[in-house]
Design a binder for this molecule. Structure first.
Ligand code: ATP
Ligand code: MG
Length: 257
């Protein structure tokens, strides 16, 4: 199961990605969590220790140079387009129990389709994880899936679009849905988050008619308190865990091979 989680800024992507990762892990799966959001905080949400010391892959200049054959930042030079990356997930992840976390770092947008060493490297790592690994993969993305190129997107089994009840969030969700179709992503699901009443749920249902809705997570003051305290999402209230379980079980049913 390879799942990409996306949606407008602040809708709850990282919270849901972290809780889903833990939920799959607790059910006995091995999980690879990928932080593909430039403003990364998946590690804190997963409660990994020494978060400040973690170096994102994109900043490992020596490693990129060794594998791709050119210094990061070089454009138009000759370099390997299919560098060796099969050892990267295990060597350069941080691990806690059965969750391996890979932090990508900021992936610059390639201008005019040109490739630079760091983009080639990160793309290959993502491709490798999506196509060659057996673990459940949960990718925490930013507000778009633009840097999933067509080739990479083929490895994604489902995009989970998180929306909150607001026009701006819905606009982003619609755009992501269109893009997912263009990229021929196999399945696109919707999760509504921060829902305060049935009207808000209906608003999201109405606005995103063409997407399959998995779950609506309530606005939770208990979850807000967790973020105000130590941020340990394992202390989230039951109402949140129940919804995460619902999403996990739905994905298991839908994505079973
Ligand atoms: N169901 C909820 N109820 C109340 N607050 C929530 C809920 N889900 C998320 N939040 C709050 O929303 C804020 C943003 O959550 P989160 O960081 O998971 O969003 P994000 O989409 O990953 O944001 P970013 O785009 O910045 O990466 C957090 O402070 C979190 O407490
Ligand atoms: Mg986030």
């Amino acid at each position: 199961m390879k799942i990409a989680i996306t949606g407008k800024g602040g809708v709850g992507k990282t919270t849901i990605a972290a809780l889903l990762s833990v939920s799959f892990e607790k059910a006995g799966y091995k999980v690879i969590a990928i932080d593909a959001d430039p403003d990364s905080n998946f590690a804190s949400a997963l409660n990994f220790p020494n978060v400040d010391k973690i170096i994102p892959l994109v900043e490992m200049r020596e490693l990129i140079k060794e594998r791709v054959g050119a210094e990061p930042g070089n454009v138009g030079m000759y370099f390997k387009l299919n560098p060796k990356v099969d050892d990267i997930p295990d060597k350069y992840c941080i691990k806690k129990d059965n969750i391996k976390l890979i932090i990508m770092g900021t992936i610059k947008k390639a201008k005019g389709g040109c490739a630079c060493p760091e983009n080639v490297f990160l793309r290959e790592v993502i491709n490798h994880v999506l196509t060659e690994r057996d673990e459940v993969v949960i990718m925490d993305m930013d507000a778009g899936i633009e840097h999933l190129e067509r080739g990479t997107a083929e490895g994604v089994d489902a995009v989970l679009i998180i929306s909150e009840p607001s026009k701006l969030s819905i606009d982003t969700s619609k755009r992501i849905n269109r893009l997912s179709k263009e990229l021929k992503i196999k399945k696109v699901f919707s999760v509504g988050n921060k829902i305060s009443c049935i009207d808000e749920e209906n608003y999201i249902r109405e606005q995103l008619k063409e997407v399959q809705h998995i779950s609506f997570i309530p606005y939770s003051s208990g979850l807000r308190k967790v973020y105000l305290n130590d941020g340990d999402l394992l202390k989230s209230p039951k109402e949140i865990f129940d919804k995460i379980k619902e999403i996990k079980e739905y994905l298991e049913r839908e994505l079973r091979n």
